[in-house]
Design a protein around this ligand. Structure first.
Ligand SMILES: C[S@@+](CC[C@H](N)C(=O)[O-])C[C@H]1O[C@@H](n2cnc3c(N)ncnc32)[C@H](O)[C@@H]1O
Length: 218
């Protein structure tokens, strides 16, 4: 397990299943996230919001929202009239997200594999840096859940960690963050998404080390 996972997962947050597990140290995660993006976190996430195509009036779901930074940035783009709901199975990050979010941004304690939302109730599902935290055997179920809650014509945007290609940088990621990030099978993401019934509409890389896929529910 990497140093970061030990620090952020807390005594029982780490997973032995090849996933990143739960983030339990919310304030520390916020700090590492801000520092990790080298002062460009807002620019990176506003870029992701734009790529996701969040529109005024959209009902948005953020899967694996953690402390809610992506939710909060998306919440700005859906005004007037829109709302964002974030879900995460870790109580401390949901508590943190609730404390700092605007009123039209709410949070629920849940895993991506069992979303507490009605069928066809969402316009846009977003997710950042979270798929590699979902246990591998639940990822296909999680994407089918995203499909279920989206309206026909609804959109999916997932950005996740792309392991660096350089061997040295890759090893460094392993030491700092652990197996789940170092060996994240990012090339499987598009297949998982289309396997859940989505039509892929685009994909690409984003600095610093993100890969994204967007798709629609037919
Ligand atoms: C690295 S954080 C990303 C948080 C946030 N999206 C961001 O970009 O800062 C990954 C999150 O996935 C959550 N997670 C773990 N298992 C999950 C599951 N089964 N369903 C949804 N989220 C999960 C963790 O608790 C953690 O908050």
């Amino acid at each position: 397990m990497g140093l970061g996972r030990k620090l952020l997962g807390g005594p029982d947050g780490h997973a032995d299943d090849g996933s990143g597990g739960l983030i339990r140290r919310a304030r520390l995660y916020e700090f590492f996230s801000a520092v990790g993006f080298g002062g460009f976190r807002r620019r990176v996430f506003d870029g992701l919001v734009a790529l996701a195509g969040a529109q005024p009036g959209d009902e948005v779901l953020d899967i694996g929202c953690g402390t809610g930074y992506f939710s909060r940035r998306a919440a700005r783009a859906v005004l007037p009239g829109g709302r964002v709901v974030g879900i995460d199975p870790s109580p401390p990050v949901i508590d943190y997200a609730r404390r700092v979010a605007p009123l039209h941004c709410t949070f629920r304690l849940a895993g991506a594999e069992a979303l507490p939302l009605h069928d066809a109730s969402i316009d846009l599902v977003i997710s950042s840096l979270a798929v590699h935290h979902i246990p591998p055997e639940l990822r296909a179920t999680a994407l089918r859940e995203a499909f279920r809650v989206l309206r026909p014509g609804g959109r999916l945007f997932i950005a996740d960690f792309r392991p660096p290609r350089s061997r040295i940088a890759n090893r460094l990621v392993g030491m700092l963050s652990g197996h789940a990030m170092q060996h994240n099978p990012i090339h499987e993401l598009a297949g998982l998404i289309s396997g859940a019934g989505f039509e892929i509409t685009g994909s690409g890389d984003r600095r610093p080390l993100l890969h994204y896929v967007h798709a629609t529910r037919p």
